[in-house]
Design a protein around this ligand. Sequence first.
Ligand SMILES: Nc1ncnc2c1ncn2[C@@H]1O[C@H](COP(=O)(O)OP(=O)(O)O)[C@@H](O)[C@H]1O
Ligand SMILES: N[C@@H](CCC(=O)OP(=O)(O)O)C(=O)O
Length: 253
Amino acid sequence: MKKKLIIKIGTSTLTAGTNRISFAVIENLARQIVKLKDEFDIVIVSSGAIATARQFVEIKGYNKHVDSKQAMAAIGQTRLMEVYDSVFSSFGLNIAQILLTYRDFENPTAKENTKNTIYKLWKADYIPIVNENDTVSIEEIVLGDNDKLSALVAVILNADLLILVSDIDGIFNRNPHLHPDAELITQVSDLDSIKACIEEKESTLGTGGMSSKIHAAEICMESGVEMWIVNGQRPNYLINALSGTIPYTKFKK
Ligand SMILES: Nc1ncnc2c1ncn2[C@@H]1O[C@H](COP(=O)(O)OP(=O)(O)O)[C@@H](O)[C@H]1O
Ligand SMILES: N[C@@H](CCC(=O)OP(=O)(O)O)C(=O)O
């Protein structure tokens, strides 16, 4: 049986520090997935709908008002999936879209249906790409992120591993953007011990920050799912993290 791998790719990685979605980032992801596919059944949790919309339209107040963000997400989501589809199909990979809200994880039937759909997609050789259903969501684009969503997906699938792809090697004892001498923490088994290390700085496009990654780790640890934070700026970050040749943070009880 294949292992179950959930990969969450955030806005800051998809835009590679710019204000546009990077085709190169998605190509790099596809290239790695081709190599991992025989060993793993994979779900991608991808942000980037709003960032994609910004390439085409600026709805007034999109950075302040929830309804404007929701409209941007609705415009950007189809375009984002077009990018995934054109890049992934050129690597021979099939994709399917799944949009979820947090409320879906409180409803046992919705959870069961989500799980069954993902299993069917895997069987048909399709890679599910999940994002939050921003139109009906009340949480994410107001406060949140996709870190917690990916943890909930990992838990319902009883995944072997959740990898949060970020713009940094993992959690450091202080924010390295503010303290260049900060040191990477490679393994975390007690979340309380690292909460004091978080020092958020303003991010332009992503919404999560390190706090939401710790929240995701809490959800994973409670259910015995292993979670890693890996740096999407490193070459072949998935393959190299899995073979232990690049540094990352592992969260495991
Ligand atoms: N102790 C810490 N170690 C590492 N990063 C930290 C820490 N405290 C805060 N951060 C911030 O968290 C950021 C990563 O989260 P985020 O920008 O939301 O990424 P993503 O869009 O991938 O979810 C880092 O770039 C860093 O500025
Ligand atoms: N769901 C929205 C926003 C998600 C978001 O930015 O999350 P994250 O990348 O985890 O900070 C989108 O696709 O634009």
